[in-house]
Design a protein around this ligand. Sequence first.
Ligand SMILES: CC(C)(COP(=O)(O)OP(=O)(O)OC[C@H]1O[C@@H](n2cnc3c(N)ncnc32)[C@H](O)[C@@H]1OP(=O)(O)O)[C@@H](O)C(=O)NCCC(=O)NCCS
Length: 176
Amino acid sequence: MRLRPVSEEDLDIFRRFRTEPGLIGLDWTGFKDAREPARQFAVDGFLGPDGGRLMVEDDQLTAGYVAWSRRDFGNPATTGCWEIGIALLPDWRGRGLGWRAQAVLCDYLFTHTPVQRIQAGTHPENIAEQKSLVKAGFRLDGVIRACEFRAGRWRDGHLYSRLRDDPAPEHGSPVP
Ligand SMILES: CC(C)(COP(=O)(O)OP(=O)(O)OC[C@H]1O[C@@H](n2cnc3c(N)ncnc32)[C@H](O)[C@@H]1OP(=O)(O)O)[C@@H](O)C(=O)NCCC(=O)NCCS
C-alpha cells in the first residue's frame, strides 16, 4: 500500500463519488458538481496549504483516496489541527487498506506539518471506519450530537483523534 499525489487520470474517481448515489458510502449527501474536482486540481493539484488529497494505491492499482483539511478551535494560530477522511472503492474495502492508509496519512502529516492533533469524524453505524481509526492509532473523543443532516434527518457523529505522541501502529508501508 502506498499514498501518492493525485494525477489527472484520477479525476474520474472523484467525479464518480460525486455522482453515483451511495458509491462513497454513508457520506452520500446527494449529487454534487462533477466539474469541481477538475477545478480544484487545476488550482493546487489537491496539495494546498489548508488541505489536500492523496491516492491510495495497492499493487499499482488505485483503490481510493485519503483527504485532510484544517480545523480550528478558536485562534487558528494556536489551535489548528487536521481533520482526515477516506473513501475506498467498494472492491477494495475490507482488505486492511483503510486502517493502513489512515495510519500512513497520520505519519505523513506529523512528519511534514507541526500539528499536535489529527481528528476524524464518522457515523455511529460505520463500524468499519470506527475499527479502522482505532487500528490507525485513534481514540474516541466522544459523540457529537446532531452534527450532520444526512439521509433525511439530523444525526450524531463520533469524533476520534490521534495526538502526535500517541502510540503509532506498525503499518509496514512507506511514509512519503
Ligand atoms: C471505512 C473504510 C475506510 C474502512 O476501510 P477498510 O479497508 O474497508 O477496512 P479494513 O479492512 O482496514 O478493516 C479495519 C477493521 O474494520 C473491520 N471491518 C471492515 N469492514 C467491516 C464491515 N463492513 N463491518 C464491520 N467491520 C468491518 C475489519 O475486520 C477490521 O477490524 P479487525 O482488524 O478487528 O478485524 C472503507 O470501508 C471505506 O472506504 N468505506 C466507504 C467510505 C467510508 O465509509 N469512509 C469513511 C467515512 S467517515
